[in-house]
Ligand binder design. Structure first.
Ligand SMILES: *Cc1c(COP(=O)(O)O)cnc(C)c1O
Length: 484
């Protein structure tokens, strides 16, 4: 082997071209036929063994590598690209988005910044998101890996803005009065991670009670703020959730915005699920007030179905945003001309090197347009309402909480079963649905009651898929109860 010509490029591009075409063909079939496969299946021992092999020192031709992927990886996915996947809260991806990931890697730019077209595209996508959200032109934003990171970015700016000292220079120990952040008890777990990472401690995140629709209780919020203030703490920020993960509850964002202005608090919105409701003509009224937020986190790998990872943080005051993250070591100095003459996206982000996630978003937004995404969001909500109506109409099923958007919490509950028996039978239904490859749903707990949960964030789901879910839940429930 001639050391001088060793490179990662193939010696001959033609076989590589043929193999790459084969992969694309297989990818098309994989997505086209997804409905015909089980949503999920358990991996046999041989598959687990394939992922326990040691670090390769010697080469294997790419055709062999591809064979291993086809045999051991592709048949055993999480299942979220399947039309009957409604577990946790996911998007279902898209072929165009996948092409975007591929082309981004081929283009290869590092989106830390610089004077290049990729950086312009990144900034354009952020502006598009800003416009979708009704934020002013002076607002800033940054594409991140997901909603958790977008929330961390928003809450970091909030902490620094509200601390009363220069936190970057002095650290959290210098904050004169302990900061307090408020959210409903339904708040996503990433906010706990955020306050812990921010050095404020889990106790800085006050979980406030909810009303009967599991929305943040505003009276309880006002009381908590007053009590903390009287106790020498510093109320700093209210986190409103536009669509909770558990049930899809949407806090009264307009009212929270008004309260924050009156009390002088930062208003952050976790819009990971619901911010994109702004695109949906039938439901955008639910998130009125979101555009008043000081910072907003959204997830574009949920209702935009971008392949993972894609999230975005927006901040109303760009100077505060930049002031939280910008650092200028001499090796990153901006230059008047040439490849480094540009704004630097890493000034708005924790990352220095950044992937080119803007390309897949740019492609899917251009190809489909926002109106279509809005229609598909409305359709998922209509599907959730239909499922809820079917549940309510059936004597053996119980709807556990009203449906606001696209999350349906229900359980199989024929008369005569206590809570322990209900938990056992519903857990078994959920596991058999998964193991038989029929559908993937999750379970949750609502005021101490265990139940099943379907979150319909899926552009492949048809009404008939949800009818099948109802039929199969009933079939499995009866099967479990009739077993000796
Ligand atoms: C999904 C979700 C998050 C976390 O987003 P990731 O993209 O998984 O990091 C945060 N908040 C809410 C309300 C979510 O639904």
């Amino acid at each position: 082997m001639n050391q001088d010509v060793d490179s990662l490029d193939p010696a001959d591009w033609e076989p590589m071209r043929a193999l790459a075409h084969e992969m694309v063909d297989a990818a098309v079939v994989h997505l086209r036929d997804v409905r015909a496969r089980p949503v999920w299946r358990e991996m046999p021992g041989g598959v687990r063994a394939a992922f326990a092999t040691p670090l390769p020192e010697k080469p294997l031709p790419l055709g062999g590598v591809w064979r291993e992927i086809r045999e051991a990886l592709l048949p055993y996915p999480m299942g979220n690209i399947h039309p009957r996947f409604w577990m946790w809260y996911m998007g279902s991806g898209s072929f165009t988005g996948a092409l975007g990931e591929f082309l981004a890697a081929i283009e290869g730019s590092n989106l830390g910044g610089g004077n290049n077209a990729a950086t312009l595209m990144d900034a354009q996508v952020v502006r598009w998101v800003r416009d979708m959200m009704g934020f002013p032109e002076t607002a800033s934003g940054t594409l991140v890996d997901g909603g958790s990171k977008a929330n961390i970015i928003g809450l970091t700016v909030a902490r620094n803005a509200m601390a009363g000292v220069d936190v970057r220079e002095e650290g959290v120990a210098a904050i004169p009065a302990p900061l307090r952040f408020y959210a409903s008890s339904q708040v996503h777990s990433c906010h706990q991670k955020a306050v812990e990472l921010l050095g404020l401690g889990n106790r800085a995140l006050r979980r406030v009670g909810t009303d009967e629709h599991l929305r943040l209780d505003l009276r309880a919020l006002e009381e908590a703020i007053a009590v903390d203030r009287a106790g020498g703490l510093k109320p700093a920020c209210v986190i409103g959730t536009a669509g909770t993960t558990n049930t899809g509850a949407v806090d009264d964002l307009r009212a929270i915005a008004t309260l924050c202005r009156r009390e002088g608090l930062w208003f952050h919105v976790d819009g990971c699920i619901g911010a994109l409701l702004r695109l949906a003509p039938d439901h955008r009224h639910l998130v009125a007030g979101l555009e008043e937020a000081d910072s907003l986190a959204l997830d574009l790998h949920k209702w935009l179905h971008a392949p993972f990872e894609a999230g975005c943080a927006l901040v109303r005051d760009a100077a505060l945003h930049r002031g939280t993250f910008a650092v200028h070591p001499e090796y990153l100095e901006e230059k008047p001309r040439g490849a480094a003459a540009a704004e630097y996206p890493h000034d708005y982000n924790l990352q220095t090197s950044r992937g080119f996630r803007a390309l897949k978003l740019w492609m899917i937004l251009k190809e489909h347009g926002t109106a279509k995404f809005g229609r598909m969001i409305d359709r998922n909500i209509a599907q959730a309402r239909r499922l809820a109506a079917q549940v309510e109409a059936h004597p053996e099923l119980v709807l556990m909480t009203p449906v606001t958007i696209n999350v349906v919490c229900f359980r199989y509950a024929p008369p005569g079963l206590d809570e322990v028996a209900l938990r056992a039978v519903n857990t078994e239904i959920m596991l058999r649905l998964q193991e038989e490859g029929i559908a993937s749903i999750s379970d949750t707990e609502l005021s101490g009651h265990h139940c099943l949960r379907a979150a319909i964030c899926n552009h492949r789901t048809r009404d008939a898929d949800l009818e099948l879910l109802v039929d199969e839940v009933l079939r499995l429930g009866r099967e479990v109860l009739s077993a000796p």
